[in-house]
Ligand binder design. Sequence first.
Ligand code: MEV
Length: 316
Amino acid sequence: MATASASAPGKLMLFGEHAVIYGRPAIVTAVNQRITVELAARREGIRLTSPSLGIKNEEIKLGANSYSKDVRFVAQTLALFSSQFGNPGGMDILIHSEFKKTYGFGSSSAVTVALASALCKKTAVKLSEKELFDFCYSVVLSVQGVGSGFDIAAAIWGGTLYFVGGGKQIIPLKTSSLPLVVGYTGVKADTPAIVREVRRLVAKRKEWANRLFSQIKSVVEQAKTALENEDMYALGGLMNQNQAFLVKLGVSSPQLDRLISASINAGAYGAKLSGAGKGDCMIALVEEKNRPRVEEAIRSAGGEILNVKLNAEGVK
Ligand code: MEV
């Protein structure tokens, strides 16, 4: 019997990836695929079971660094929680995931948020959403060193957010779910590695990169208004502009380009990569009557269609 449980959604970046690392805004939405964490009391020690990670009853030592990346998020959440709020005691942790972690929906962030929330419940620690954000963001930074925290914000607040790097601004946007088609390239992106690669480029071409990020910022600001007005033509055009800037930044890929062109040729309002790039997913904004054509075009170009709904509920 679980003594505490919580679930958190994955995310899709709509606008502003990479520029958000450099202080610009981004727009992110939560998806209706979730990770659930259940905690059950145990006399001593911590054991982790996660069928999707292929882990059964693995002993977790707080903060130990020798684990695989996914388990490191768990161990680090437990260690930081213990040092900030007191030892949560022995427990069995069970993690269920509704999505394949290869899709780039932010499984590590969803695990961190769901586990931190369940630990708060187990120990009767009360945190505001912003305090939970700051805690989970510190876990992400201590495990992978880089990241804007947008995926943590999506997992906590849910819905669709206007987000400024590090959580300087987190504004829920009033918008209904967008008619998006999500196409998976079949290639898993290594987000921290791509973020570091962009960082090296930015160091070499500072002024050029700053101009590019400011242009992306302008696209994001316009997209915020277009989203609030549900202006699909404007949004589609802005997605294309954002994609052109990401191509200049060098983070698209032949697979992404193929799926994006196929969706535009099949009548999408606009399309772009979503996330770090070089793989993972692309998104295309469509008129509902065009959805089957666009989906077929993406499949024919080698993509896999992922059926996700946007604007999903945050951690609960
Ligand atoms: C990755 O999904 C989006 C990036 O902007 C990284 C981040 O914001 O943490 C590339």
